[in-house]
Ligand binder design. Structure first.
Ligand code: SF4
Length: 376
């Protein structure tokens, strides 16, 4: 074998050795039953022809497997967007390990989230005791200022009632009676992570605006000039939220960002673990009821939330995330219209630069296409 302890070849070189080449050839011939190399080359050449190009551009519909995850993932995202808030998922540990690892791997930041660790007995007799113990542990160990509860499949299949369970837990002294525990049922077998985002955000808004599950008076709306912004489930939130804030600042507009996890998923690498960082504060959530309007990116992340906010008397502007210059224009124009403020000169300048850069890159692409297909 070409590989030895004295001379370790990287796979890229190793697989070019005759033994491996023979192995690949035999695998192809005896097990894979692929098309002949000549046929593959013939098809490859055909993909560079005008006939192929025309067929390709004539497509009218494209179906791609959507990258869907289950509802509680969206709920955990939402919890991370509020200041000093711990995400508490009522259900099994394995699910919660998945949410933590999913976000930690994506954002390259530790993501905190606890579960009520339901097991077989809880699945049969109900998870009330898990909730009572879980809330007490989470409150005492991690010292949050708010615990946002959601559910996994298991809790939903057996029909655990979060409202009743949280009230019971408070009576048993797991957390103080006035401690904020917004909740949302997030059955994972319905919808996807965007549905969970919607349910969880609605749960937080209802908690603060509608009297904290009967422990306070519902807030009364007193309209002001501020604008609410909801970004939706956004894998690029760390960069996007900074830009959104910058745009509102350039306008000089008062904005309440509802759910902002961009800080907790972008903590400095100084050796200090921050379980909580940034996020929308409780005071900001309460003030958001008075906003003049709410701008929402990603309409399907906020279907129920949008309806609820509109019922409170705010104008709701739903955009499908500002993709491209036209989308960004719609966002900027919406802020200008809602606030009555002029579009900042800086934004006009940046738009001009962007359009020029796009024109350059289009010309470059056109040149490339010409080289591939000739004059179209
Ligand atoms: S689909 Fe259900 S079991 Fe699977 S991770 Fe989501 S909540 Fe857990």
């Amino acid at each position: 074998m070409p590989q030895s302890a004295d001379k370790i070849l990287d796979h890229e070189l190793l697989f070019r050795e005759p033994e491996y080449q023979e192995l690949f050839r035999s695998k192809k011939e005896n097990f894979e039953f692929n098309h002949a190399d000549v046929k593959v080359a013939e098809i490859r050449d055909w993909t560079k022809t005008k006939e192929y190009k025309d067929k390709n551009f004539a497509r009218e519909a494209l179906t791609v497997n959507p990258a869907k995850a289950c509802q509680p993932l969206g709920a955990v995202y939402v919890a991370n967007g509020f200041a000093k808030t711990l995400s508490f998922v009522h259900g099994s540990q394995g699910c919660v390990a998945y949410y933590r690892s999913h976000f930690s791997r994506h954002f390259k930041e530790p993501t905190s989230c606890v579960s009520s660790s339901m097991t077989e007995d809880a699945a049969v007799f109900g998870g009330l005791n898990n909730m009572i113990d879980g809330l007490a542990n989470a409150y005492n160990l991690y010292k949050p200022e708010m615990i946002a509860v959601s559910t996994t499949c298991m809790a939903e299949v057996i029909g655990d009632d979060l409202d009743a369970f949280i009230k019971n837990s408070k009576q048993k002294g797991s957390v103080p009676a006035e401690f904020d525990v917004p909740f949302a049922h997030t059955p994972a077998f319905v919808g996807s992570h965007v549905t969970g985002y919607d349910n969880a955000l609605l749960g937080v808004l209802k908690h603060f605006w509608d009297g904290k599950a009967g422990t306070a008076e519902p807030l009364v709306r007193s309209p002001d000039e501020s604008i609410n912004f909801i970004g939706g489930f956004d894998g690029f939130v760390v960069g996007n939220m900074k830009e959104v804030r910058r745009i509102f600042e350039l306008f000089g507009a008062k904005v309440n960002i509802l759910c902002d996890p961009s800080e907790v998923w972008n903590t400095p690498t100084d050796g200090e673990f921050r379980m909580y960082d940034g996020g929308t504060t409780k005071a900001e959530v309460e003030a958001a009821l008075n906003a003049k309007a709410t701008i929402i990116f990603q309409e399907y992340c906020c279907e129920k939330t949008a309806r609820y906010i509109a019922e409170k008397g705010q104008e709701v502007v739903v955009l499908n995330a500002p993709v491209g210059v036209a989308g960004t224009d719609r966002f900027i124009m919406a802020i200008a219209r809602l606030t009555g403020l002029p579009i900042p000169a800086q934004l006009e300048k940046e738009r001009g630069q962007l359009v020029d850069a796009l024109a350059d890159s289009q010309a470059h692409l056109h040149g490339k296409r010409y080289a591939l297909y000739g004059d179209p």
